[in-house]
Design a protein around this ligand. Structure first.
Ligand SMILES: Nc1ncnc2c1ncn2[C@@H]1O[C@H](COP(=O)(O)OP(=O)(O)OP(=O)(O)O)[C@@H](O)[C@H]1O
Length: 340
C-alpha cells in the first residue's frame, strides 16, 4: 500500500510538535526516521496510526484519505505496530499473542516458523529473552497482514550483540512481507544501513528524506551533515566544481541550491589522509585519539582554527601534541555549504 503524507501538522494543545511533514512510501520501502530526542518521531508514528489527532494536512493510506476533519479509527487503518517494550499480552502464549483475534492461522504459523518461534509457541512471554519477545511482537504485527508497519525503536531494549542480529531479522521479515515501514531509531548507523530512505527530523520538521547514501553524501543542510555523523567543516573557496582549502583541493558540489564562493567544505574522517610531521611542519596537531580496534580516530586542531576528525589504520599510532600533515583524499565530490 502506498502512504503519502502531505503538509502534516500535529500539536499537543497549543504547542506545535510536527510541521509541514511531506513524504511518500511505496512498495516495500523502509523509511528510517532519526532525529534528536523530543523532535517528534513518535508523534509522527502516532499520527499515522490514528492515535493522536492531526491538526492539518493529509495522510493518504492506499485509497483512504485522512484529514483533520475526516478521522479514520486506528483499527480501520490496517497498520502493524512494534514497540520498544514489546507490548505482549502476559497471560497469553506466544501462539495466542501472534494469533490474537485472528481466525486464519496460516499467517500465524508462517511467521512463527519464519522467525524461529515454533518451539516456543506454548511459552508465556515471561519465559522469553528480549530478542524472542521482539520476534513475537514482529510476528504478531505481520500475521495480521498489515498494509503498513510502524516500528518505534524496536531494538532499544536489546543488548548490543542482539541488536545487530534482530535488526537484520526485522528488515528481512519486512521485505518478505512486502509492506512499507516507518522505523524510528536513535542509531544513525542503523538508519543508514537498514533504510531504503532516511528521514532526518529536527524540531518537528523533516530536514531531508532521501536514500541513505544521498543523506550522508549530499546532506541538505549542516544539521543533517552533523546529525548523521562525524562532520568536520573546513573553510575554502569554491568554483568550477572544485573547493580549495588549506588541506588541499577536492571535487565539490554546493549543498541544495546554495550559491557561494566562500564555503565550508564537509569533510568526514574517511575523506582525509594524515601523516606525521616535524615540529615546524604540517597544518595542525593531534588533540586526542581513540583506539577503535581496526582503526584509530584522531581529532586534529588546525593552525588556521577549527578542527577535523581523521580515521586511519590502527597501525598508525600517534600521540596528542604530534604535528601532522593532512590531505583531503576524495574522488567523489564533497558537499560545500556557504561560509557560516
Ligand atoms: N501526550 C503528549 N502531550 C503533550 N506533549 C507531548 C505528548 N507526547 C509527546 N509530547 C511532546 O512532544 C514532543 C515530541 O515528542 P515525541 O515523543 O514525538 O518525540 P521523539 O522524537 O519520539 O522523542 P524521543 O526520541 O525522546 O522518543 C516532545 O517535546 C514531547 O515532550
Amino acid at each position: 500500500m502506498k502512504l503519502e503524507v502531505r503538509d502534516l501538522g500535529v500539536s499537543y494543545g497549543a504547542t506545535p510538535v510536527v510541521r509541514d511533514l511531506n513524504f511518500t512510501l511505496d512498495g516495500d520501502d523502509i523509511l528510517m526516521l532519526v532525529g534528536p530526542t523530543g523532535c517528534g518521531k513518535t508523534t509522527i508514528l502516532q499520527a499515522v496510526a490514528g492515535l493522536v489527532p492531526i491538526e492539518c494536512g493529509q495522510i493518504q493510506l492506499g485509497d483512504r484519505r485522512i484529514g483533520a476533519a475526516d478521522h479514520v479509527p486506528p483499527e480501520k487503518r490496517h497498520i502493524g505496530m512494534v514497540f520498544q517494550d514489546f507490548a505482549l499480552f502476559p497471560h497469553l502464549s506466544v501462539a495466542q499473542n501472534v494469533g490474537f483475534r485472528l481466525s486464519n492461522q496460516a499467517p500465524v504459523n508462517h511467521w512463527l516458523n519464519r522467525l524461529g518461534l515454533e518451539p516456543l509457541r506454548e511459552a508465556r512471554p515471561e519465559r522469553l529473552s528480549g530478542g524472542q519477545k521482539q520476534r513475537v511482537a514482529l510476528a504478531r504485527a505481520l500475521a495480521h497482514e498489515p498494509s503498513l508497519m510502524l516500528l518505534d525503536e524496536p531494538l532499544s531494549s536489546l543488548d548490543a550483540s542482539l541488536k545487530d542480529v534482530v535488526r537484520w531479522e526485522i528488515r528481512d521479515a519486512l521485505k518478505e512481507a512486502g509492506v512499507p515501514a516507518i522505523w524510528v531509531t536513535h542509531d544513525q548507523a542503523e538508519a543508514l544501513s537498514v533504510g531504503d530512505q532516511v528521514g532526518v527530523l529536527n524540531a518537528g520538521r523533516l530536514q531531508q528524506v532521501a536514500p541513505p547514501e544521498h543523506c550522508f553524501g549530499r546532506p541538505a543542510n549542516r544539521f543533517v551533515a552533523g546529525f548523521l555523523g562525524e562532520a568536520s567543516f573546513v573553510p575554502g573557496q569554491f568554483g568550477g566544481g572544485v573547493a580549495k582549502t588549506a588541506l588541499g583541493s577536492a571535487p565539490a558540489m554546493m549543498a541544495d541550491s546554495d550559491v557561494a564562493t566562500e564555503v565550508d567544505l564537509l569533510v568526514r574522517p574517511d575523506d582525509l589522509e594524515l601523516t606525521q610531521a616535524s615540529a615546524s611542519q604540517g597544518q595542525g596537531e593531534i588533540s586526542w585519539s581513540r583506539y577503535e580496534g581496526g582503526t584509530r580516530l584522531y581529532r586534529v586542531a588546525l593552525d588556521e582554527g577549527g578542527s577535523v576528525r581523521v580515521r586511519v589504520n590502527h597501525e598508525q599510532s600517534l600521540s596528542p601534541g604530534q604535528r601532522v600533515v593532512l590531505r583531503i583524499n576524495a574522488t567523489e565530490p564533497l558537499t560545500a555549504f556557504p561560509r557560516a
